[in-house]
Design a protein around this ligand. Sequence first.
Ligand code: PHE
Length: 463
Amino acid sequence: MNTKSKSGFSSSLGFILVATGSAVGVGNIWRFPYLAAQNGGGIFLIIYLLLVLTFGFTLLTTDIAIGRRTREKALNAFGAMKSKWKFLGKLTFLVPLIIMTYYCVIGGWVLKYATVYLSGCRDQATQDDYFKSFLSSHASPIVFTLIFMAITVFIVYFGVQKGIERFAKVVMPGLILMIVGIAVFSLTLRYTDSNGIERTGMQGLMIYLKPDFTDMTFSKFLKILLDAMSQLFFSLSVSMGIMVTYGSYVKKDTNLSRSIKYIEYFDTGVALLAGVMVIPAVYVFYGTQGMTSGPGLMFVSMPKVFNAMGNIGTIIGFVFFAMVTFATLTSSISVMETLVADFMDLLHMSRKKTSLILGVVYSIASIIICLGYNVFYFEFTLPNGQSAQLLDIMDYVSNSFLLPLISFLTCVFVGWIIKPKWIIDEVEASGDKFSRKRLYNVMIRYIAPVVMTILFFQSTGIL
Ligand code: PHE
């Protein structure tokens, strides 16, 4: 409990920035563009936007309001609302537990690219197989992952507010400016391939924006829906207890409805812009085949963009990867903070001791994930047909499988057991209006439970 008084946010702006800091991370800049590209661009984009405005808003509101009203972290919050539902807090707790095993690994990749640009070796990074050979090397990914982990643990060790608030205020605006600038540059790209075909950034933009319904089947639609929904959970950091914990730090007079809108718009805006930055570039240099390349997409295409910028590309490349590293850090800190806060309560240990122990445990877990690309390499086919390594399996289990289940249970619990009014009252407790109250009601009681059920069965491969 003592974490609460220590960690309260000093202002609404502080809360918005920190929550956005958790939401904006590699999910937006790395995961969103590759999923959009894999799923054909335009259709994914429309589905994602619709989901943010309906499901995203509903889940985010639910998490934050539960946190603020119960003043508890997710692990205890559900039990505090109704003792029979304590299990839901425990189930929710599993998600950050899993995500933390691989999040710092991706952080390590980004950090590695920042150092490559810093040391001026960008020509290497521009080569087609660079990312692959980096991943399959034994030492390098582990070293960068561990550095990233150490920074995360260091900041959590000293407590949430001091560490994160200061960070987020500087990094977020800088990152946006950077992404806008690079996105504009991406649109001006032109490249003629070995077959003499010229492709332009504007053509790439059209692929990103224009929905293509040819060959659309119901099962393909469901797959896109599941990808978009799991991205939504991941990107907004919802249904995993993180926003509940942050909600518990928020003051009663903060306008929740407005804060949630900012978080939602900001997170989605960054993802959309990241798509404009990455997808046209991939199209220009690799054509539509390049779009299916999956998780490596950002690491393969961005170096090409920086290369096309000439000499200044080295500096811009460095600043870009450094900022993404910071954005990733604010997210990894939020996951670690949630875990530390929970384990402090569970094990009755101090913040410092808990941070250190978790740091060691997760360092070991992350090393195993890194080795999934070489020593422990195997090919596993996920129920959605994609071939996966350890990292992708963890990602799938948490985002595509567990999160629809947790969200389904949360919606049933809030919609039918404690009733939406409980949440609505909390949102309006500051005296401000909850402008999307009606939508919230319908979503939480009817639409979300049905869709989450479908997605859950789809994720298991039953549908
Ligand atoms: N939302 C973060 C991102 O988009 C990732 C994240 C997931 C952060 C889970 C915290 C918890 O990168």
